[in-house]
Write a protein that binds this ligand. Structure first.
Ligand code: G4F
Length: 326
């Protein structure tokens, strides 16, 4: 039975990846930060087959111990401070976890794996690295121009992954994933913030939603589709980097309009208030990815459309809010 170690096990992607790998016959181990982390109970309830091991991306010794204990065939680094807005408020923490955390994990793999290192490594790189985009659509060769402490930290993690592959021959891959959402998305991200608010407005529990920049454009896909690509990357004969995206882009405004429409509300502008607090010091205006390499080499294509994604999130949030009322 192959073993996979996942950092960021409590996040949206960690959960979908754990389910996917478990379905593929893997032993799945999740790295869990902190002393009696309350999230460990959520993982035990939702993903009972996942074994938890203590460790922190800020602590090299704990990563070495986790690898020695787990003896993984594959390591997926999904752990990060992943909220761009927070990274402006806590840039040093973001650089430490999202950036240096990658270096620590690669160092731990290098030290534990020994000669002919058998451990395969996946780094969750991000389309935020393209930032102020130099070309459209963005592909694996597009120059990077990050616009946030989060984006800068991801660039460091990305280059470090490539560097460990080239310097030490590690089987290290970077997936440059564009935005990917689901009903499991955290409430701080714009998509889930909107679908949760739509559900609450529909049920008469909330009057309005305060948002920032509605003009930013994102290439939004379904997280469940994107974790399949992570696994496929580590199953190739050679390590490489891949853009994972749908190839279509929509403004935040389009997402909002469609989410309200999915709940049967057409006059969405009545319920949206623009609040300067949700604007960022620097914005990423347009993201749209070219995933043709992933399609050609990995045989990967996204399965869920933008419309299906929005509708599934709204439907799920209405159900969640209804259940709370009972
Ligand atoms: O949902 P967001 O916070 O996601 P963002 O910043 O694009 O980052 C996400 O995708 C990246 C991949 O490109 C990941 F690497 C990263 O970890 C994360 O998953 O914001 C999307 C857009 C932004 O332009 C933001 O300014 O929505 C705009 N926005 C407008 N009003 C808002 C809001 N974003 C949030 N979170 N909240 C608002 O009220």
């Amino acid at each position: 039975m192959p073993t996979a170690l996942i950092t960021g096990i409590t996040g949206q992607d960690g959960q979908y990846l754990a389910e996917h790998l478990h379905g593929e016959g893997y032993r799945v181990v999740g790295l869990m930060t902190g002393q009696h982390n309350p999230r460990s109970e959520t993982v035990a309830a939702d993903l009972p087959y996942v074994e938890l091991v203590p460790g922190d991306l800020a602590d090299l010794a704990s990563l070495i111990a986790a690898l020695e204990y787990t003896q993984p065939d594959e390591v997926y680094n999904l752990g990060a401070i992943s909220f761009v807005a927070l990274s402006f408020k806590q840039p040093e923490l973001t650089a430490n976890i999202t950036g240096l955390g990658v270096l620590r994990l690669l160092e731990a793999i290098r030290l534990v794996g020994g000669v002919d290192n058998p451990i395969r490594f996946y780094q969750a790189s991000s389309s935020e690295m393209f930032g102020k985009v130099r070309e459209t659509p963005q592909n694996e060769l597009t120059p990077l121009h990050p616009r946030s402490p989060y984006g800068s930290a991801k660039v460091f993690g990305h280059h470090t992954t490539v560097n460990y592959r080239e310097s030490y021959g590690l089987f290290a891959c970077s997936g440059i994933l564009f935005n990917h959402e689901s009903p499991r998305r955290g409430l701080e991200f714009v998509t889930r913030k909107v679908t949760n608010a739509v559900a609450r407005i529909k049920l008469g529990l909330q009057d309005e939603v305060a948002l920032g920049n509605l003009d930013a454009k994102r290439d939004w896909g379904f997280a469940g589709d994107y974790v399949r690509a992570m696994h496929l990357m580590l199953r190739q004969p050679e390590p490489d980097d891949y853009v994972i995206a749908t190839g279509t882009t929509h403004a935040v405004r389009d997402f909002v309009q469609l989410a309200f429409a999915a709940a049967g509300i057409d006059d969405w502008e009545r319920y949206v208030r623009i609040d300067p607090r949700f604007f960022r010091p620097a914005e990423v205006d347009l993201l749209v990815g070219d995933a043709s390499k992933a399609e050609r080499v990995l045989g990967w294509t996204p399965q869920m459309s933008f419309e299906e994604l929005v509708t599934s999130m709204v439907t799920s949030d209405i159900e969640i809010e209804r259940r709370k009322l009972k």
